[in-house]
Write a protein that binds this ligand. Structure first.
Ligand code: ADP
Ligand code: C5P
Ligand code: MG
Length: 196
């Protein structure tokens, strides 16, 4: 079965991770967070990518597309090898810019279907306050004010054009992410009930 993919995009702290884990409890999707996969690879002792990933994280830059796609492809293949019925994926935080989108198209065109993009919409203020709150316990060195400014700039400059591009194709499903977790999930649920 060809992988069926839903991309989840939105500002840092919009609630992509939170909502994606709820989706996996109700629908037959596997959640892959590009950021989490990169963070895991970054700490793997014999990783050839860890130094590059570390530098990108420090500067609030996106990791080169070849690395992220290698990790995503590996995770999808492993999931499907273990269970052939697990061919639906929620890919969170991807594609973060047009270079990554181009890389995805080059590598995955014809090999996976992008069904739609779930866009978690919230303001800079919500993004900052949620990430600073998360920073109290996440142990993430980028959940601080200085890194967040860079990450929000990167989102505005690079990720928004990707969302706009998918929007033109009629593939964006927007959810108001500034409300409570339960309210946001009610909207997310109606998208998945409609789209399958
Ligand atoms: P993202 O993956 O988009 O960066 P997370 O799912 O990690 O966002 O959520 C960021 C922080 O905000 C976490 O601490 C999470 O518990 C909290 N959070 C997520 N959704 C909501 C919400 N709807 N309202 C309030 N806090 C939320
Ligand atoms: O999505 P998340 O907030 O977990 O991303 C954290 C960091 O991971 C980003 O600031 C960026 O450095 C990196 N990242 C990336 N490419 C992605 C997603 C995240 O380089 N597709
Ligand atoms: Mg996340």
């Amino acid at each position: 079965m060809k992988p069926q993919v839903v991309f989840a995009l939105g500002r840092p702290g919009a609630g992509k991770g939170t909502q994606c884990s709820s989706i996996t409890e109700h629908y037959n999707y596997t959640h892959l967070s590009a950021g989490d996969l990169l963070r895991k690879e970054r700490t793997r002792a014999d990783s050839e990518f860890s130094q590059t990933i570390n530098e990108c994280f420090k500067r609030g830059k996106f990791v080169p597309v070849e690395i992220t796609i290698t990790l995503l492809k590996r995770a999808m293949e492993e999931t499907m090898k273990n269970d052939e019925n697990k061919f639906r994926f929620l890919i969170d935080g991807f594609p973060p810019d047009e270079e990554n989108l181009h890389g995805w198209t080059q590598v995955m065109d014809g090999k996976a279907d992008v069904r739609f993009v779930l866009f978690f919409d919230c303001s800079d203020e919500v993004s900052i306050s949620r990430c600073l709150e998360r920073g109290k316990s996440s142990g993430r060195d980028d959940d601080n004010k200085k890194s967040l400014e860079k990450r929000i700039q990167a989102y505005l400059q690079s990720t928004r054009p990707v969302i706009k591009r998918y929007h033109k194709e009629g593939k964006v499903r927007t959810v108001d992410a500034s409300r409570s977790v339960t309210e946001v999930f009610a909207d997310v649920k109606s998208v998945f009930d409609r789209e399958g």
